[in-house]
Design a protein around this ligand. Structure first.
Ligand code: SF4
Length: 491
């Protein structure tokens, strides 16, 4: 029965019209059946797996029918109200019984599982053991993932200053790239040969920085970390980078910065002069992203550099004297095999960057990787595969310091940031912890306003399309500033 059920590619859910339950149910069914088409409360076709969910006074009932035959039925005693979290816990147990499988993260489908540890610590008088036990039992999380989440939460804790309400982090977005990577899902615009796009955008950006400097001053805000990300910020010319950093230094008080990151992800955009300028303006963390160290893969996914370019630029970054370098690798890029991934990993470890982030790419059904290997991703990128990554990194002094999950990625579906001792990427931790306001400047730069009184945050979205941003800058910046100033007034 197990194979029969797990191979199902169409699932119909008949359930109460409660939107939070529907969201949770869809996420869990997707986690157990990653390739199945899911329908909720639509016309039921007989030859698919049908899951009925209903609740009667103090009972929650789940039942599954396959080809018109009931294959599983379970009811659970409940106490009302059944919030979404509780509903997911019951539904997870039912699906686990139905498929005879358990998921490493249990019924947690959100992208920030480590944040839940913080909530459990608050609920359990900051007792780590109780928070750990609660995490594992309440959400059915495996022991291994519980240990990982607890480890990361402990690493992150000293970086999160819950009392510093006047501190903010700033993200400046430069969503422009030299060429599009085949796997890219960001809204990033390709730079034109004449450089007009970068020049126009920089003008808008400087104007926005100027406007925000007034807000910072008015509310006595202290900038804790600064992150210039993309796209590929190093696509700007040397003069443009110099102009941006000089303007930032003139307008913002950067004397309290704990960390200043600049993404120079694509090595072909980085020059010695650009690095020297960044260093002169006290950037202390650089991102240089190989993604893979296999030239054939790099070529296939539209990266314009080789593994050798990465090695050369890494040495240049170190010669200029930056404190910290982050390097990203992606599992499953261009259908790479585990052996190819480990070759990249070993080459990057040999460079000894302070931060190394391992991303999981969502690999679609019918991809070459699946076709050629004739098996599911969970067999190729198995638990053993991910264990081996952690083991090799640990053997070289790296430990995990931040983690987020990708909603629709297959395999492990996690992105984990590893670091050498004492070299945690502070901005990444703050982004995940959501206990500090993040100001987003530029196109597509989503901000987060943290409300300490209620321990919640609001997101501040902005226009992603660069040309629209450039054309309607004043109106867009006005709107954004108004959202932030409202929140600071309220504090
Ligand atoms: S460098 Fe990043 S943002 Fe730019 S195209 Fe590649 S994946 Fe997309």
């Amino acid at each position: 029965m197990m194979n029969e059920v797990t191979q199902i590619d169409k699932i119909a859910l008949a359930m109460p019209e409660i939107s939070s339950w529907k969201v949770g149910a869809r996420e869990l069914v997707r986690a157990f059946f990653p390739n199945a088409e899911i329908q909720i409360n639509k016309d039921i076709i007989k030859d698919i797996l049908i899951i009925n969910i209903s609740s009667q006074s103090d009972t929650l009932i789940f039942s599954a029918d396959l080809l018109g035959k009931n294959i599983q039925k379970k009811s659970y005693d409940i106490k009302r109200p059944i919030v979404s979290k509780k509903f997911k816990g019951f539904f997870y147990r039912f699906l686990s019984g139905l498929t005879k499988r358990s998921l490493p993260w249990g019924c947690l489908t959100g992208i920030k599982p480590v944040k839940i540890i913080q909530e459990l610590l608050d609920d359990n008088g900051h007792d780590w053991d109780r928070a750990k036990q609660s995490f594992q039992t309440k959400y059915c999380v495996s022991k291994e993932k519980t240990d990982l989440a607890i480890h990361i939460a402990k690493v992150e804790a000293p970086f999160i200053d819950l009392e510093a309400h006047h501190k903010v982090s700033v993200y400046i977005g430069i969503p422009i790239c030299p060429a599009k990577c085949a796997y890219c899902s960001f809204v990033s615009t390709i730079a034109d040969k004449k450089g007009k796009l970068c020049a126009d955008y920089l003008d808008v950006l400087l104007h926005e920085i100027d406007r925000f400097s007034v807000l910072f001053e008015k509310h006595d805000l202290i900038i804790d970390t600064l992150y210039i990300g993309g796209g590929t910020p190093s696509v700007l010319t040397e003069d443009q980078i110099q102009k941006l950093l000089k303007f930032l230094t003139d307008k913002f008080d950067l004397s309290h910065l704990r960390e200043f990151t600049f993404e120079a992800g694509r090595p072909e955009t980085t020059t010695l002069r650009k690095l020297e300028i960044l260093h002169d303006y006290h950037v202390n963390r650089i991102c240089l992203n190989p993604q893979s160290m296999n030239d054939s893969t790099l070529q296939a996914v539209g990266r314009l550099h080789s593994a050798e370019d990465i090695r050369r630029k890494f040495s240049m970054i170190k010669e200029v004297g930056f404190e910290s370098v982050n390097m990203d690798l992606i599992v499953g890029l261009n259908d790479e095999t585990p052996k190819m991934f480990f070759s990249s990993l070993e080459q990057v470890i040999a460079l000894h960057p302070e931060n190394l982030t391992v991303h999981s790419l969502a690999i679609k059904k019918g991809s070459r990787l699946r076709e050629e290997n004739g098996c599911g991703l969970h067999q190729l990128y198995s638990k053993q595969f991910y264990d081996e990554i952690s083991k090799r990194l640990a053997n070289n002094g790296y430990y995990p310091y931040y983690l987020y999950r990708q909603k629709y990625a297959q395999g492990n579906g996690e992105n984990i940031g590893y670091c050498l001792s004492g070299k945690e990427g502070v901005y990444n931790i703050l982004m995940m912890a959501e206990k500090q306001t993040i100001i987003g400047i530029g196109a597509g730069a989503t901000g987060k306003i943290y409300h300490s009184e209620s321990d919640r945050f609001d997101k501040v979205y902005t226009v992603k399309d660069l040309r629209t941003y450039n054309q309607r800058a004043t109106e867009i910046i006005d709107k954004k500033l108004s959202a932030y100033s409202q929140s600071f007034k309220a504090h």
